[in-house]
Design a protein around this ligand. Sequence first.
Ligand code: CUA
Length: 337
Amino acid sequence: MRSRSRHCWVRSAGTLVFALGSSACVDTSPSTLHPEGPGADRIAGLWWFMFWVSAIVVAVVTALILMGVLPGRRRRTTRDKGTPRWAGRLVVLGGVVVPVAVLAVLWVFTLSDMSALSQPRRSRAMKVQVVGHQWWWEVRYPQQGIVTANDIHIPVGRPVEVELTTDDVIHSFWVPQLTGKTDLISGRTNRMWIQADRPGVYRGQCAEYCGLQHANMIFYVVADPPETFRLWLSREGQPAPTPTGSAATRGREVFLSSACVGCHTIRGTEAQGKVGPDLTHVGGRISIGAGTLSNTPSNLAIWISDSQSVKPGNLMPPIPLRPDELETVIAFLEGLK
Ligand code: CUA
């Protein structure tokens, strides 16, 4: 409770200064200074606390320097005989005692927040497994048997445990508005937790350089109200819906007879590839290529025809389809909701 009130006053004062000094105060900005969950709230509180302590230290040191160099002050000191006794005490106090006290206070608050961030407040948290790939995120809900990619749906107001592993190099999982970074490291499973206090879409980003398309390794945490989340879980757990309409039905045939099936899984079909993202409900996702393009039919056409032109180095080769075939495949994939 004490810690919470500390966070509140330092943040209120800080937010006022930030708002006065910046016109870019937008809620959609994925900034750690716009927290939307208890983890990020603690981090922002600590950040503002450190900011104000540092600001006071800078102000006091600047004032002392000015007092020493101002002409009037210098004239008085040059008339002095020897060094006054208080000068030695001031050096010990300002150079040793105060810095040790300030750093000790910051250290204790930092340790307290690190400890709080490492464990969810409640046990029995829902579990999500995230596997890092160059350059996309595989997302699994083991309790529900769901596999998806790049969008992580969570229920609002509930802590969710996230298990992090990697399929290749080191990545780092970071949703600035929800909590701090945690690395995905080969051969081990790291655990952290996220919680969003309000429904919304929170942008996440790989925060460890992992190759050519590190910057295009984006994901979205979608915090749903409980009923919406329950519906999403039940829909996402189903196999791919049967295509409706002749274009989508033809698109399914084209997809299943093309190279696509070698790399992608669509549950409920013969497509069982494991190289790229599971596409069972790809039509309902926010983006294509892990945040590279928004999920629209025209972007999907660009991605299928030649994803190398928009995300060079990714594993997907150009898929040579006739324009009419491409159109039907897009109708099929966009219908997978
Ligand atoms: Cu993955 Cu940077």
